[in-house]
Design a protein around this ligand. Structure first.
Ligand code: MG
Length: 323
């Protein structure tokens, strides 16, 4: 018998939350399944069945044998309104590569950021990539999470303590639609592993007001042409195209992002669009890698918030650039 851990996105707004349940089966593949959508804001009580369709399977580093990422259909086998994956999968092909820089805070079970239990800590400065018990909080959770993702076959390319105490980042690389599936599963693993340590994960883009960095999800992206047939004109035209639909981008890039994109703390203002070489205060940054490879490489969209739905990011970026 195999333990399949089915994972899906619920119907909560503005951002969905992750849900899961376990199915014990003796078949070699996880079958379609169902759940009570009236308990996840995905159905009325009178017609509560929603369907789970497996879209990606991972070896489980947890108690189960397999993690099964699913998309949701209505009981009538129609794409559920909460299913943002379908629109992304329609436009994204495997030539598109993505590197998400997922930032977040660890909290205790009451929502207090780790290290902040006795009040506001020393100002920012010592914490970024810091070492030592007075400079870092939650490292054991971050390291257990890194191992779990690698075991599941998710390409985390690194992790580091971030600028605020209790804040962390990991970088998650993937190709095509699987990049977004991987990011959702990496978040799932983070939430579950934090449970083992009695901690929680806060994905809000600005959990702490004041002179503290917020959390973003810088999204690095490229396609074949950008990687191997690039030019200054190509990269500029991509930035211009994305700039012309800046408002649509912001709408797809997570709620409460206005609290983070203020023009301070290495961000551009939410109402402005800019792109530039090196500049961490730009909306889109042209990285040094791209310049040093004679305009072959990738771009970094610095606008997405830490709580953004990666399916919406992919649909916006690729949908804009192929139209
Ligand atoms: Mg960062």
């Amino acid at each position: 018998m195999k333990k399949y851990e089915y994972i899906w996105l619920d119907g909560y707004k503005p951002e969905p939350m992750l849900r899961s349940k376990i199915k014990v089966e003796d078949s070699g593949n996880p079958p379609d399944w169902a759940f009570d959508g009236s308990s996840t804001q995905q159905a009325e009580g009178s017609k509560s069945d929603c369907l789970l369709l497996p879209v990606q399977e991972y070896e489980s580093p947890l108690f189960s044998d397999s993690l099964v990422m699913c998309q949701v259909e209505t009981g009538e086998h129609k794409t559920h309104p909460s299913n943002t994956r379908v629109a992304a999968a329609e436009v994204v092909t495997d030539e598109w590569w993505f590197g998400f820089e997922q930032e977040y805070f660890f909290t205790d079970q009451n929502g207090v950021i780790l290290g902040w239990e006795d009040g506001v800590p020393r100002p920012q400065g010592d914490y970024y990539c810091g070492v030592g018990s007075s400079n870092v909080q939650g490292r054991e959770i971050s390291e257990a999470h890194l191992d779990a993702c690698l075991e599941a076959g998710i390409e985390l390319s690194g992790t580091n303590a971030e600028v605020a105490l209790g804040q962390w980042e990991y970088q998650c690389f993937g190709r095509g639609i699987k990049a977004a599936d991987d990011l959702w599963i990496s978040r799932y693993l983070l939430h579950k592993i934090a449970e083992d340590f009695g901690a929680s994960v806060n994905l809000h883009p600005k959990p702490q007001e004041g002179d503290w960095n917020g959390s973003g999800m810088h999204t690095n992206f490229s396609n074949n042409e950008m990687r191997s047939n690039g030019s200054e004109e190509l990269f500029n035209s991509i930035c211009e195209k994305l700039g012309s639909v800046h408002d649509k981008g912001i709408a797809a890039y997570g709620s409460d992002n206005d609290k983070r994109l203020t023009g301070l703390h290495e961000t551009q203002k939410i109402t402005e669009f800019s792109y530039a070489k090196f500049d961490r205060g730009a909306s889109i940054r042209i990285p040094i890698f791209t310049l040093e490879h004679n305009w072959n490489g990738y771009l970094e969209d610095r606008r997405p918030a830490s709580n953004a739905d990666p399916y919406k990011i992919l649909a916006h970026l690729v949908g804009t650039l192929i139209s």
